[in-house]
Design a protein around this ligand. Structure first.
Ligand code: SDX
Length: 427
């Protein structure tokens, strides 16, 4: 029967329902496994384990498909604004003109950050990694918005959501400008969300702001492409922290820390550092390909491979084309881009990568565009976090509205069995 699975162990049979998703994915519902059999499952990295049923993002790793609430990433990246996509991810539908205007107005009304937050920023050395600063500032927002921690109604959640969507770009720009020794800016609320962010980031105190449509279009596309990606490491972190009802800002702060890792969002910084190392090493891509394949060498080809995509990451395709367009439009000839393309070509023809279905992922080309936009390498993962913010929020909101239980995995204990205490004199 399609809707039942049977497990047989030591002559006993256990039956479990099989659920089917709207894209025909099948999952064995093992909620009663331990009650029926006394056994649990084990799956390090959760490679075969679903944590939830979600209606937000669908991706097909074999076909290289990515959709937000049913809309293809290709269409959204081309036709939507980042704020429209944020609204779509969080509330489930593309906003009408009026809904989008209200969302933007509510955000503008909450886009001030308590000036005392600057004292926290002042406490960091300029050498502090911006992801650590951003995670701390996001957590600090709790102290300045205490009424938006214990939220349970949709209305209270909306209050927390517009506050973080409003204040996060300010915190990102402050984190960047503090490191550059620039005055902290609040931008210009008469501007559209992404353009306002760009102005907050790059406006020089002694120059008038100059609008650059290429930069705005590229930033809008990059943020959309990073907006959500089902149950990745940082999103799962946001959901599990949120499942204890720790509040949205605390859950996001934890998600920022998870994204920081070089195997996850930190890969975009690691890709640029890798490409620069290859450039400084005379562009010897073959040497780095050999290192990536050498099991005794911890080096990995950063920006390649993916837990789910066993085909081209659809975001990488779009970003690769955007990198060409942005560098042409800005008149930049970046040798790093040529090294990246050479490395990609070699990897796509190398049996080690082909056999393991290792393709360029979202992080492989994104850094090249950020670099062209004047963003320093250490800020690349912060840009990923800004893009991923609406996805994290949407997943947190879905988890809370579904009243999901607190996340608490089981384990198989493999340590010492019971033994008597021995006093220190006798050890
Ligand atoms: C993101 O999950 C998401 O959705 C994440 C993300 C999102 O939008 O949220 O898409 C964003 O995090 C993209 C991934 C960015 N990370 C990197 O680019 C770091 C480099 N990539 C790898 O570390 C790795 O591919 C992962 C972490 C992305 C995926 O690792 P898996 O699924 O655990 O696979 P694995 O480590 O078991 O690798 C399988 C095999 C191994 O070789 P064998 O043991 O089979 O011989 O492939 C090899 C690995 O050694 N391998 C690589 C490699 N990636 C995997 N070998 C060299 N270079 C690589 N990059």
């Amino acid at each position: 029967m399609k809707n039942k699975a049977t497990l047989e162990y030591q002559g006993k049979k256990y039956e479990f329902p099989v659920i089917e998703g709207s894209e025909n994915e099948l999952a064995i519902d093992i909620k009663t496994l331990r009650a029926q059999s006394g056994m649990i499952t084990i799956d390090p990295g959760y490679k075969n384990t679903g944590s939830c049923e979600s209606g937000i993002t669908f991706l097909d790793g074999e076909k290289g498909i990515l959709r937000y609430r049913g809309y293809s990433i290709e269409e959204l990246a081309e036709k939507a604004s980042f704020l429209e996509v944020a609204y779509l991810l969080i509330f489930g539908e593309l906003p009408t003109k009026r809904e989008l205007e209200k969302f933007h107005t509510d955000i503008v009304n909450e886009s001030m950050v308590d000036e005392d937050m600057k004292k926290i920023l002042d406490g960091f050395p300029k050498s502090a990694h911006p992801m650590g600063v951003l995670s701390s500032l996001t957590s600090a927002l709790i102290a300045y918005n205490p009424k938006f921690v214990n939220v349970s109604s949709e209305e209270e959640m909306y209050g927390a959501i517009v506050r973080i969507v409003a204040k996060f770009p300010v915190l990102v720009s402050w984190t960047y400008r503090k490191q550059k020794g620039l005055p902290l800016d609040y931008g210009d609320d008469s501007l559209e969300y992404v353009e306002n962010f760009i102005k907050m980031m790059f406006k020089k105190p002694n120059h008038d702001y100059q609008r650059n449509d290429t930069v705005i279009k590229a930033m809008n596309k990059l943020l959309i492409l990073h907006a959500d990606h089902e149950q990745n490491c940082s999103t799962s972190t946001v959901r599990i922290v949120g499942s204890s009802h720790a509040g949205l800002f605390a859950s996001l702060s934890a998600g920022i820390s998870a994204l920081w890792g070089p195997l996850h969002g930190g890969a975009n910084q690691a890709v640029l550092e890798m490409l620069q190392a290859i450039q400084e090493d005379g562009g010897d891509t073959k040497k780095y390909m050999a290192k990536a394949k050498d099991k005794n060498d911890p080096f990995r080809l950063m920006g390649f491979g993916h837990r789910v995509y066993k085909n081209f990451d659809p975001r990488a395709r779009i970003i690769k084309k955007a990198a060409d367009d942005v560098l042409d439009a800005l008149g930049i000839d970046d040798p790093i881009l040529n090294i990246a393309k050479g490395l990609e070509q070699e990897a796509l023809e190398d049996p080690y990568f082909v056999d393991r279905k290792l393709y360029p992922n979202v992080d492989f080309y994104s850094g090249i565009i950020y670099r062209a936009l004047g963003i320093p390498t250490e800020m690349f993962t912060v840009m990923f976090a800004l893009g991923r913010l609406p996805g994290w929020i949407a997943q947190w909101r879905e988890m809370r509205l579904n009243n999901e239980p607190i996340g608490r995995p089981r384990q198989v204990y493999v340590g010492a069995t019971t033994r008597e205490f021995v006093s220190i004199q006798d050890r």
